[in-house]
Write a protein that binds this ligand. Structure first.
Ligand code: AMP
Length: 219
């Protein structure tokens, strides 16, 4: 089953992806994580993506579709995937559709995480990551020692700075939100859930929207 997690930056897709992936028994493809890893390693992909990512703009569709096609074609992804952070433009939706068609697969559902901008700004302004492991933390000041690793320091992601967050929300409205109309017009299953609440609660809503009983699948 291939599921697209859809929603504004900071809606909680990255928190829910591992929980949903476990329940569905499929791996995650998070394009943001792939690009951040490439950036850390200084690969050509990372160098190409760097300036777009740091200002909160979208990386070109051809780059994203290259990652998507390559990943979905691997053995590990043969049973499906939870897609986190892709699809973000109509050309990406079209490209994913083509890639799935070539692999003889179909899209299971688009799961939309709904949340207000005000809540997003509050969430993102409190989010820091360890500079060694990239694990996210809240409730700390920038520069604090990482609570989980010996020489990590908590820092704000460049694209979590207020200016970049505003750009990311503008980009979402202009380029990503219209993708939902594309999916609806193409007869895809689109399910919307309230993304505000406890992590467990949101997972249960998401699984419910996909028609899966979370208690059974976790057992
Ligand atoms: P994320 O972690 O999903 O918020 O992604 C972080 C950044 O990576 C985004 O702000 C974009 O610059 C880039 N990115 C990740 N996924 C995509 C995508 N599907 N299309 C374009 N840019 C992307």
């Amino acid at each position: 089953m291939v599921i697209v997690l859809f929603g504004k930056p900071g809606a909680g897709k990255g928190t829910q992806a591992p929980r949903l992936a476990e329940a569905l028994g499929v791996p995650i493809l998070a394009t943001g994580d792939v690009l951040r890893a490439a950036l850390r390693e200084g690969t050509p992909l990372g160098l190409e993506a760097k300036s777009y990512m740091e200002r909160g703009a979208l990386v070109p569709d051809a780059v994203i579709l290259g990652i998507v096609k390559e990943t979905l074609g691997t053995e590990q992804f043969a049973r499906g995937a939870v897609l986190d952070g892709v699809v973000r433009t109509v050309p990406q939706a079209e490209g994913l559709e083509r890639a799935l068609g070539e692999l003889g697969r179909t899209l299971g559902a688009v799961l939309v995480f709904e949340i207000d901008d005000a809540e997003i700004v509050q969430r993102i302004s409190g989010r820091l990551v360890c500079d060694k492991t990239q694990q996210p933390f809240t409730g700390y000041e920038p520069g604090a020692k990482c609570p989980e690793c010996p020489d990590g320091t908590l820092v704000r992601r460049k694209d979590d700075e207020p200016e970049a967050v505003r750009t990311r929300l503008d980009v979402y409205r202009a380029q990503t939100f219209p993708v939902l109309d594309w999916y609806r017009a193409h007869g895809a299953t689109v399910r919307t859930i309230d993304a505000v609440g406890d992590v467990e609660e949101v997972t249960a809503r998401a699984l419910g929207a996909l028609g899966i009983d979370g208690r059974q699948s976790a057992a």
